[in-house]
Ligand binder design. Structure first.
Ligand code: UT7
Length: 341
């Protein structure tokens, strides 16, 4: 799926004018319990799992992650991020007419996490649904919201990435459990007469479904198969570096821009080596890569909106700047969104 801002038009007051979608506000939320590498490594050692902070930092750049308490769900985190995004956009829950939540750790099989967030925010009647594209979920959700706004089907969307990945980790598997964390990020995306989202590209290739998956399923009231995350780290690493470079060029080409026009790369926060490798291929210095993986770990669909919100609130990302958001993850899925913020 792809989109590019090329004069989608609507009629307003008898005058045809293009509709675009802009980010009007951002928000994020992390569960309060932060686990530094040292604390987490010590906890794992008590369970007989051997790893080290040095290995984690050296191979991934991760120094800490947050884990939600057992009774806290993705919708709980998503609501907090949404409230911040609504406040930043200067609007009320009642102003929202579309809710899309990207998550692979929904509160329950159904209703969707988006519907549960809708309920907790006291919003009635607007469409609400989840997008399941794992770590690419937020760029998928943003692209769908952009398309619905440009089609005139919505005016102001809440687009959320929310995850409690700690629920699907195997804490006896050191190759995966040290990588992930919990959190949520959100944006209010609203109709505008000037472009915010400039272009986007989404991809998937199910032939790689085995290299990153959580294969368990429910049947007859029982969990069949292993419900914890499995990953062939090296295969994911190689594919990620390749497709992120490819999709970055696709989206830039679609917009008629070049890599040096990007002020900030806001990549999925999985591994600092993948993020910096992507920047290197685009000839962007590491200083133009928004980086939160060190403090959040990999929060899957939440990682991009979390990173974006931190960069906005710290004043790193400023109005008028050009942002390239890039996601990659299980499915295999990947995509990019170019934004004039
Ligand atoms: O969000 C979805 C996208 N996911 C990703 O982007 C993840 C992509 N993959 C990666 O980030 C990296 O492949 C990992 C961080 C998962 C692994 O890094 P690596 O440099 O590819 O390490 P490796 O798998 O080649 O393992 C190197 C060594 C192995 O030991 P031997 O065989 O060389 O003796 C592993 O057993 O590191 C060992 N190892 C560990 N050692 C200490 C693996 N995990 C750990 C650990 N602590 N936690």
């Amino acid at each position: 799926m792809s989109s590019r801002h090329e004069a989608p038009a609507s009629t307003s007051g008898g005058v045809a004018s293009p509709i675009y979608a802009r980010i009007a506000g951002t928000g994020s939320h992390l569960p309060p319990k932060r686990w530094s590498n040292d604390e987490f490594v010590a906890w794992l050692a008590e369970r007989g799992v051997q790893t080290s902070s040095d290995w984690i930092v050296d191979r991934t750049g991760i120094e800490a992650r947050h884990f939600a308490d057992p009774d806290v769900t993705s919708s709980d985190l998503g609501v907090q991020a949404s409230l911040q995004a609504l406040a930043a956009a200067g609007c009320q829950p009642a102003d929202i007419d579309l809710i899309i939540c990207a998550t692979s750790t929904p509160d329950m099989v159904f209703p969707s996490t988006a519907c549960l967030i809708q309920k907790k925010l006291g919003i009635h009647g607007c469409p609400a649904f989840d997008v399941q594209a794992v770590c690419s979920g937020f760029v998928y959700a943003l692209t769908v919201a952009d398309a619905l706004i440009r089609a005139g089907s919505a005016r102001r969307a809440l687009v959320i990435g929310a995850e409690v990945f700690s629920r699907i980790l195997d804490f006896n598997d050191r190759t995966t459990c040290v990588l992930f964390g919990d959190g949520a990020g959100a944006v209010v995306l609203e109709a505008s007469d000037r472009p915010g989202i400039v272009a986007s590209r989404l991809h998937a290739d199910g032939q790689y479904s085995d290299i990153l998956c959580t294969p368990g399923a429910f049947r007859g009231g029982e969990v069949l198969g292993d419900p914890t995350l499995k990953m062939d780290g090296q295969a994911v690493f190689k594919l990620a570096v390749h497709v992120l470079d490819q999709v970055a060029h696709e989206v830039l080409d679609a917009a008629g821009r070049t890599p040096d026009s990007i002020d900030w790369l806001v990549p999925h926060q999985a591994n600092i080596r993948i993020m910096q490798g992507t920047a290197r291929k685009l000839k962007l210095p590491n200083s133009r890569v928004v980086t939160t993986v060190d403090q959040h770990g990999n929060t899957s669909a939440a990682s991009i909106p979390l990173a974006l919100d931190h960069a906005v609130r710290s004043g790193t990302v400023k109005p008028g700047q050009s942002l390239l958001l890039e996601g990659v993850g299980g499915g295999f899925t990947w995509g990019a969104v170019l934004i004039d913020y």
